[in-house]
Write a protein that binds this ligand. Structure first.
Ligand code: C2E
Ligand code: CA
Ligand code: CA
Ligand code: CA
Length: 275
């Protein structure tokens, strides 16, 4: 039994160090990924649930490396956040998303805005707002066409400072959306004081929507409260017609998910949605 314990220990340490090595390899490759043109954006349509028309898209980053292959953002974004690479990566994401949005609109896609994910680490960069404003202007866009998606967690730490920071973005006209809503710890009463425009209900709640069930009270309450507070509501991860129907009946404004479309290139958006 003692021998087994020792082997287990060795197993865990080598497992751990190989995990660290993998992270290091990802971080090193990520440092050169921008120069090597390995990073690009895809766009997932967001639908107006009443009119069934495309209204917006969410920009989602993709990375394909020669050695590592396709690395999903869930994996490399946290590593880029730890190393600080997210700052330059985040500017690239913002720039490319503005450029593609402009192109899609000019090609006749009827978009009201584009949603761009911004990491809480990026907000620590003192020139974030200035730089975003200058990028938006350079593309002849208005900040109100940009919806910044932040996670609920961002509002939980360092609350007052972060709320003021968000308000300064809103003062310029940027729209603010809370991503993955319902997965953090924000209390419902606190919700009404936030400088936000949109609430994005997390996929886990959409997954729970059961056909004809009385079980849907939580998501119903979330939508009703958000409406009362005047926020726009987006539901993400819609995969079935039942979920779409329920959300439409519950007066959720916007829907996004594989039922409508997976994330696709800006050229595919144009091919499918320009009029
Ligand atoms: P997120 O912001 O919550 O993005 C939604 C994720 O759900 C995306 O995964 C999207 O492809 C996926 N998704 C959309 N509809 C469905 C559906 O119906 N079913 C299922 N199973 N999945 C669906 P993706 O692109 O792999 O991104 C994962 C996460 O990585 C994002 O979660 C976000 O946290 C982060 N991320 C992606 N792109 C960016 C970016 O440009 N900047 C930052 N900071 N983070 C990003
Ligand atoms: Ca998002
Ligand atoms: Ca989300
Ligand atoms: Ca998520």
């Amino acid at each position: 039994a003692k021998d087994l314990g020792k082997n287990n220990f060795c197993y865990y340490t080598s497992e751990l160090s190989s995990q660290i090595q993998k992270k290091l390899a990802i971080d090193m490759a990520l440092h050169n990924a921008l120069e090597k043109n390995e990073i690009y954006m895809l766009f997932q349509p967001q639908y107006d649930l009443q009119t069934q028309q495309i209204i917006s898209t969410e920009a989602l980053v993709r990375w394909e490396n020669a050695e590592l292959g396709f690395v999903p953002p869930d994996k490399f974004i946290p590593i880029a956040e730890d190393s600080g690479t997210i700052v330059s990566l985040g500017y690239f994401i913002f720039e490319e998303s503005c450029k593609a949005y402009k192109k899609m609109k000019e090609a006749g896609v009827d978009l009201q805005h584009i949603a761009i994910n911004v990491s809480s680490i990026q907000f620590k960069e003192p020139h974030l707002l200035d730089t975003f404003v200058s990028i938006v202007k350079r593309h002849n866009l208005h900040p109100s066409e940009i919806e910044i998606e932040i996670t609920e967690r961002f509002l939980m730490d360092n609350t007052i400072a972060n709320i003021n920071l968000l308000q300064s973005f809103r003062n310029y006209g940027f729209q603010i959306s809370i991503d993955d809503f319902g997965t953090g710890y924000s209390s419902m009463s606190y919700l009404k004081q936030l400088p936000i425009d949109t609430i994005k209900i997390d996929k886990s709640f959409v997954d729970d929507i059961a056909d004809g069930s009385s079980d849907n009270v939580i998501i119903e309450a979330m939508i009703a409260l958000s409406k009362t507070l005047g926020y726009q509501i987006v539901a993400e991860g819609i995969e079935t017609k039942e979920q779409e129907d329920f959300l439409g009946q519950t007066h959720c404004d916007i829907g996004q998910g594989y039922l409508f479309s997976k994330p696709i290139s800006s050229n595919e958006i144009i091919a499918r949605f320009s009029s």
